[in-house]
Design a protein around this ligand. Structure first.
Ligand SMILES: Cc1cc2nc3c(=O)[nH]c(=O)nc-3n(C[C@H](O)[C@H](O)[C@H](O)COP(=O)(O)OP(=O)(O)OC[C@H]3O[C@@H](n4cnc5c(N)ncnc54)[C@H](O)[C@@H]3O)c2cc1C
Length: 383
């Protein structure tokens, strides 16, 4: 297939700076590039109607570290790597909120509560042991982000949240929730307002570096640009096969409205692998990748029957045992994972850059990663 004269002249003609991927990172990269480049020369190509990976599929947690996730990271990563990651998420959330405004993303400063079930006790994950680590975790957080007493114990979960069968909970007082749809809508509106074009329904199949330009081969035809920015996160293996990034599928369930729902706020369980929150009077529950194996490293939409069964049983038996509800929505999305949790922001050719591997925290870090990718480009070109 070839582009028509009109398509080339009116939609693609002056596409000098091409961004692949219209998720949080691609859109944020565009916003930041437009601070030093003509917006009319920046074009975002997105293969899906909205976002094919995570940006319109996520759970909307504005989170940066549940206690057991941080404890586990401190065991598997250096202290500096952990500090850098926590700081990136914390600063990234601040940037997201200041760029778009709390009202436009429906930011709720509800805190983030990690719950410890009695079942976990049987698996050897003891709440008391995590509690003993709280002073150390609070010192670590204070060093990382300059905030005192980030975590505190929460008891009486039955009275406050109608939760039974829990050993206890630990709250991160600085976490919150956003409305994912509103966030992506207002990010897109900001990009459109600047005059940056978003062309949807075009998939980049491959690219070739030329002298002073890059040829982009789409399913729809070929164009050339001066600079290429690849922001495809979980879907990067085709374009960037040598990078350590692969997909991790996540399933999300959303209940019907539940009268007098007491479970309000954002919650984590099982080192953050399982998460739930209220959306008005509905409950959203997702995750559970740790209950399956490598078969979840897939880009196929759908759900794993084992994960789905466990999520449903958690909902019906532990979280909402006395409530009558059905599942009104169910969907899947993809995280960009690798051996390391840190994102990859680098040059991948003379005129090509990438920012991928958001590690399941792209709401938190996506705005900052877009800023850093644009900064890398500006530094390279001595702006
Ligand atoms: C179910 C789920 C729940 C999550 N919950 C949270 C949360 O609560 N908090 C949090 O911080 N993070 C969460 N995340 C992670 C977060 O959503 C992602 O890290 C973030 O959206 C990544 O943004 P991105 O722009 O890098 O990638 P994406 O949003 O995946 O965007 C990449 C885009 O590139 C497009 N693309 C790919 N290949 C091509 C190609 N060849 N040509 C053209 N377009 C292409 C895709 O269609 C896609 O739209 C969750 C993710 C999922 C899946």
């Amino acid at each position: 297939m070839e582009f028509s004269y009109w398509e080339r002249r009116s939609f693609l003609g002056n596409a000098k700076y091409c961004i692949i991927g219209g998720g949080i990172v691609g859109l944020s990269t565009a916003l930041n590039l437009a601070q030093g480049l003509p917006a009319s020369e920046i074009v975002i190509f997105e293969k899906s109607p909205f976002s094919g990976g995570g940006s319109t599929k996520n759970a909307g947690f504005a989170c940066f570290g549940s206690p057991t996730e941080v404890l586990s990271d401190l065991q598997s990563m250096s202290k500096k790597e952990c500090t850098d990651l926590i700081r990136l998420r914390f600063e990234g959330l601040k940037l997201l909120r200041s760029t778009l405004g709390d009202h436009n993303i429906d930011y709720q400063h509800c805190g983030g509560l990690e719950l410890f079930s009695e079942n976990e006790k049987m698996e050897g994950k003891d709440f008391e042991e995590v509690l003993e680590s709280l002073p150390m975790l609070n010192t670590f957080m204070e060093e990382a982000i300059g905030e005192k007493a980030v975590y505190h114990e929460v008891s009486h979960l039955q009275e406050s949240h109608a939760l039974k069968g829990m050993q206890g909970g630990i709250n991160n007082r600085l976490e919150g929730a956003i409305d994912t749809g509103k966030m992506m809508k207002s990010l897109t509106a900001k990009v459109n307002d600047l005059g940056i074009r978003i062309v949807r329904g075009m998939e980049l199949l491959s690219f070739d570096e030329q002298d002073g330009s890059v040829d982009l081969h789409f399913d729809y035809g070929k164009i050339s640009c001066e600079q290429l920015f690849i922001c495809t996160n979980s879907m990067s293996q085709v374009l960037l096969p040598n990078l350590d990034v692969h997909p991790g599928r996540n399933t999300v369930l959303l209940t019907s409205p539940i009268p007098r729902l007491k479970l309000k706020g954002t919650f984590h369980m099982f080192e953050g692998y399982v998460y739930f929150r209220n959306i008005g009077d509905r409950l959203l529950l997702g995750g559970g990748r740790h209950w399956a194996g490598a078969e979840e490293n897939t880009l196929e939409h759908g759900s794993n029957p084992i994960i789905e069964k466990k999520l449903l049983s958690l909902l019906r038996e532990d979280l909402l045992p006395k409530n009558d509800f059905k599942i009104d929505y169910q969907w899947s999305g993809f995280l960009g994972l690798g051996n390391k949790k840190s994102p990859i922001i680098q040059k991948v050719g003379n005129h090509s850059f990438c920012a991928v591997r958001m590690g399941g925290m792209g709401v938190a870090i996506g705005s900052e990663i877009g800023r850093q990718l644009a900064q890398l480009f500006f530094e390279e070109h001595s702006f």
